[in-house]
Design a protein around this ligand. Sequence first.
Ligand SMILES: [Zn+2]
Ligand SMILES: [Zn+2]
Length: 230
Amino acid sequence: MVYSCINNILSLLYPDHCRLCDAPARAGLCAGCREELPYNAQGCRRCGLPLTLGRELVCGHCLQHPPAVDRSLIPFLYAAPIDRLIGQFKFSGRLAQGRLLSRLLGDHLERQATLPELLIPVPLHPSRLRQRGYNQALELARPLGRRFAIPLDHQSCSRIRHTRPQHALNKHQRRQNIRGAFQVSQPITARHVALVDDVVTTSNTVNELARQLKRAGVARVDVWAVARTP
Ligand SMILES: [Zn+2]
Ligand SMILES: [Zn+2]
């Protein structure tokens, strides 16, 4: 009661504004800016890669080499202004941008997703975690867990090898780079799991983790991420 009074007073003093254009807005984004976001209108069902042909559901690569990930739900392309919001969230400690991104991802999932039994944020290597102070994937996953009433597991999977950033490597190096990077240290009882991450650059990282989870007995692994690089 007291808290809701305080919140009401605060919202009168500081009406919500759009994080992109400063116009008055509900939930952090005005209708105009929301409409102009770079939507990944047709992504490959398996890896989220933006597809150009209207009728395709799965990209050629996934058809030839079916990945460990069963379904990718990635609403945006890694392009302006989403890339900027992600950068501020990840590298400048602006956690409010993370809450906005999580809300936008949730709005997309609400319309599409068969809900998993468990959410697993893609783990950071302990040294990266120390450097950043938080795992951006966990910060995105927490509000989603609350919104969809799905438990969160950020203990069972860990990143045991420090890897170089995927975007700096070629195709072959990327696969090598990520091999054996993750460990599943506890049994996972859920049959259907969703991995949560901010950006999927190549699907190598999430596929490697999905492979480990399937070895640990998980039947279906989805990916929930904010943005996909083309
Ligand atoms: Zn706006
Ligand atoms: Zn694909």
